[in-house]
Design a binder for this molecule. Structure first.
Ligand SMILES: *Cc1c(COP(=O)(O)O)cnc(C)c1O
Length: 300
């Protein structure tokens, strides 16, 4: 029995159940983390902001010199067919470009690899579970690990170089915290595993400029602030300023806007969500339902 409700994959032009999707052990995507990817949320049976995610993915393909032989239209068709077949209406939809394997076995020349595109979809993933958020999520600042510098691995190209995040997550879990935020080597906050970070300070919403992925949810937050008339600043955010903020929250396609109750031993809003974070979290749900941001999926 095939269990489409667990998810589906698009591989070499075919839609298959997620449990049957495979990539080869010699693929540089696996052996070198030589992959770029993107994740678009499916909310109530439609893609949210799909053109923006595709634009970012196509920019990542160009920067990373991946040639997958598919344009935005072809990728949209593949993603739509895959999600439609899965029947999933609230989903995490990943598109991936892998370097592939060298045409000449053993070659170390990245130009001589057969790059390939694949995609997969599973039920919606929250980077922090809603029940944890409701109780007041606790976030750890990594002490032993810094974010990979942006001139080592370009954070604008969404990638699988998760060594820093994984080490940080072990630290956080060992300390009894939900997730982790990494700082850079200059003591500024950057981001965490799959999310951007924000602080509310002096009535303004600030978010780090360097060393982070330019999240689509981060962009939505900045646009929602503009709509609400709240000032925003994209700049370096020193850890000390972050810890002294009135509120902090996270943003991700896996969960929208997530107000945080505690960072290390510092409680925010007496251990609950702050008012602006809460407001933005609700407004995000509203934005995901705006027709202008939705791309229909042809379910049968
Ligand atoms: C995906 C991701 C984010 C969040 O980006 P969205 O486009 O909002 O989902 C932030 N940081 C990293 C490292 C990510 O991989």
């Amino acid at each position: 029995m095939t269990e489409w409700s667990k998810g589906a994959a698009w591989m070499a032009g075919e839609v298959i159940p997620i449990g049957e999707a495979r990539i080869g052990v010699t693929d540089w995507g696996l052996t070198h983390s030589d992959i770029t990817y993107d994740v678009v949320p499916v909310i109530d049976g439609a893609f949210f902001r799909l053109p923006d995610y595709l634009d970012r993915f196509e920019a990542s393909l160009a920067t990373g010199r991946f040639d997958i032989g598919m344009d935005g239209q072809a990728m949209t068709a593949a993603l739509a067919a895959m999600v439609a077949r899965s029947g999933l209406r609230h989903a995490y939809c990943a598109m991936v470009a892998a370097r592939g394997t060298p045409i000449i076995p053993g070659s170390r020349d990245p130009r001589g690899c057969t790059n390939h595109f694949y995609a997969w979809v599973v039920p919606y993933i929250h980077v922090i579970k809603p029940e944890v958020l409701a109780q007041g999520a606790r976030v750890w600042i990594a002490k032993d690990t810094h974010r990979i510098p942006p001139d080592s691995v370009n954070p604008h190209v969404k990638n699988y170089h998760w060594g820093d995040f994984t080490a940080g997550l072990f630290e956080a879990k060992d300390a009894g915290f939900e997730t982790v935020i990494l700082t850079d080597h200059d003591g500024n906050v950057t981001e965490g595993p799959g999310f951007n970070v924000f602080a509310v300070t002096g009535g303004r919403v600030v978010t780090p400029e360097r060393g982070v992925l330019q999240g689509i949810t981060r962009r939505t937050v900045l646009e929602m602030c503009a709509e609400l008339g709240v000032a925003t600043e994209i700049r370096a955010v020193p850890l000390a300023e972050f810890m002294a903020a009135d509120e902090v929250f996270l943003s991700s396609s896996g969960g929208g806007v997530m107000p945080i109750a505690q960072v290390d031993d510092r409680l925010f809003g007496n251990g609950g969500a702050g008012p602006l974070g809460l407001r933005l979290s609700e407004l995000y749900q509203d934005w995901t339902r705006r027709a202008a941001h939705r791309t229909a999926i042809p379910y049968r």
